[in-house]
Ligand binder design. Structure first.
Ligand code: ZN
Length: 259
């Protein structure tokens, strides 16, 4: 239904409009980023969708580069060797057929845990350690991990990591959090209701190194003192977390606009 190119951060994204209900993301064998998007999805929304999956794109590119290094046998002549990446930036017919995009599961079935790809079974084991009880039946094979069990386990792991941080920062800032919840939001790292003192964290935080979790926790708790991102807010953040600006810049590069 129409192809175009969209610049998102460092990526020249090949955008194909289709009669589909949701967007799909692919990284082609040449490392090119391709998005199939519903005909009416606003360009800004497509860009945010790509921005929200930078970690996934980079992981995919890393694997492609690895596979290429493995297959690049020196001296292997033209005898039928397949060289990935020679098809240019064409969208049509490139790579494998697009699978429905699941932001929490890598194409090889692994899961990004604190920025590192791990087996889904590891996330379930961690969740069991956090909750002190089984989250679903114990499983030893990744294929036996259901999507629902994985989702529950990811939430438990993130909640388990965030709770002590919240308890540490409440007295430091002199605030009280009434409820802490994990939501599968792609548009924000966290949010905070200054009236109910409810703090929500995005499950997407599990995809990035753990050091960013504290940044987001302190950010949301600081909103209980100052609801807007004004000078006072930044002064409070700077006094509590001296490196917050550097951390914030890093995290923004991983998912722009998620504040
Ligand atoms: Zn904020």
């Amino acid at each position: 239904m129409g192809r175009s190119t969209l610049t998102v951060g460092p990526y020249e994204v090949a955008l194909t409009r289709k009669n589909i209900r949701r967007a799909y993301l692919r990284v082609g064998p040449d490392g090119g980023v391709c998005v199939s998007a519903p005909a009416r999805m606003p360009v800004g929304e497509v860009a945010r969708f790509v921005e929200g999956h930078v970690a996934w794109i980079e992981e995919r590119r890393r694997r492609i580069a690895q596979a290429r290094a493995v297959h690049a046998v020196p001296g292997a002549g033209a005898g039928g060797a397949v060289t990935p990446g020679t098809r240019g930036g064409a969208v049509g017919g490139m790579g494998e057929p697009a699978a429905p995009y699941d932001p929490h599961v890598l194409p090889d079935g692994r899961v990004l845990l604190w920025g590192e790809p791990v087996e889904a079974t590891r996330v379930l084991a961690l969740a069991r350690a956090v909750t002190g009880g089984p989250v679903g039946r114990p499983v030893t094979h990744a294929s036996a991990v259901t999507r629902t069990a994985l989702d529950r386990a990811m939430r438990s792991v993130l909640l388990g990591a965030a709770t002590p941080l919240v308890r540490t920062w409440e007295p430091r800032l002199g605030v009280a959090v009434a409820t802490l919840r994990i939501h599968d939001t792609r548009s924000r790292w966290g949010s905070c209701n200054v009236r109910t003192h409810a703090v929500n964290l995005s499950l997407a935080l599990l995809h990035h190194p753990r050091r960013y979790l504290e940044l987001v926790v302190v950010h949301e708790l600081t909103h209980l003192l100052e609801p807007t991102h004004n000078a006072r807010f930044h002064a409070l953040m700077a006094s509590e977390l001296p490196n917050y600006r550097a951390l914030q810049t890093e995290l923004n590069a991983r998912g722009r606009g998620m504040w």
